[in-house]
Design a protein. Structure first.
Length: 300
């Protein structure tokens, strides 16, 4: 019996195969048939294994390559990230420009909760996501004031916000406190106005984890520009002297001269007005005119 073989070219062409179409395959020396659906599932599983089993790389470089199906040659090819990025850029710049977007316009996002499936988000929802945590734009490690004395002002949210924050005030590390689970080794010594208050950041993954921070609200300190960061100063008065004013007058007339002795008593009185600038204001520290605000710090 002649060896009858069927060449692929002899088979009728199908522009779009269905999932039920069958393809011959060999299994243990026997000819079997696989449906297109089975082949697709097999390929997906294999490709997933190859991709997830490959070594990860955090930041690709221009010379790295990605696989691509070459429609011009109907073969699998490769493209460098540099060329891919250039092609993507050309597609964006080739789009019709829009001067002012509206809330209903959409952008695409890679949904991490949906196995990284591309989805679309309206600009309105994207904007709401941004302003949902306005403090997320604060740099990590920089104290910033929040004036809760104004109506409608809220504190940075550690529950629903995208960042993690601490309030630079002592006594809030217990259960239910704002700094619970974020600060440890809190220390407060001294008395006003020379209070010293510190704590250690305790948050895994934070760039400040293990760093000692000053609790500015408790200390009553302000941030001052300087050339050596972290230099501490207490309040002080510039060195100065006071003039001593002595008034005397010469007696007139005739009389006898006699001798006598006595004592001179010197006392220090309280501050008095100079007659121009009002009554001096006195307290336990030297300070400028101010309004209080609570300072927070973003730690993640």
């Amino acid at each position: 019996m002649a060896d009858e073989r069927i060449e692929v070219e002899d088979l009728p062409s199908t522009s779009i195969p269905s999932v039920d179409h069958r393809v011959p395959a060999m299994l243990g020396g026997l000819t079997v048939y696989l449906t297109v659906a089975q082949i697709v599932e097999f390929a997906k599983d294999k490709l997933a294994g190859w991709f997830h089993g490959a070594p990860s790389k955090v930041t690709p470089v221009d010379a790295d390559e990605a696989p691509i199906y070459n429609s011009a040659g109907a073969v699998l090819g490769r493209v460098t990230f540099a060329n891919l990025f250039t092609w993507i850029g050309s597609k964006f710049h080739g789009l019709t420009a829009k001067a002012l977007p509206v809330s209903a316009d959409e952008i695409t996002v890679n949904d991490s909760a949906g196995t990284f499936v591309l989805k679309r988000v309206t600009l309105a929802n994207f904007f709401n996501w941004i302003i949902g945590d306005p403090f997320a734009f604060q740099p990590i490690g920089v104290p910033f004031p929040v004036n809760l004395g104004l109506a409608g002002i809220s504190t940075p949210n550690n529950t629903t916000g995208r960042g993690k924050y601490i309030l630079l005030t002592a006594g809030l590390t217990g259960v239910g406190g704002y700094n619970n689970g974020l600060l440890t080794s809190e220390s407060v010594t001294g008395s006003a106005p020379l209070v010293v208050a510190t704590a250690t950041v305790s948050l895994a993954g934070s760039a400040l984890n293990g760093v000692v921070v000053r609790l500015l609200n408790t200390e009553g300190r302000i941030m001052r520009p300087g050339t050596v960061a972290g230099t501490l100063q207490d309040d002080a008065v510039q060195g100065h002297r006071h003039q001593v004013l002595i008034e005397s007058s010469a007696p007139t007339g005739a009389g006898s001269v006699g001798g006598n002795s006595g004592t001179v008593t010197k006392t220090t009185g309280g501050p008095v007005t100079d007659g121009t600038n009002g009554t001096p204001r006195v307290d336990n520290e030297t300070r400028m005119r101010n309004v209080a605000a609570e300072y927070y710090m973003r730690i993640a």
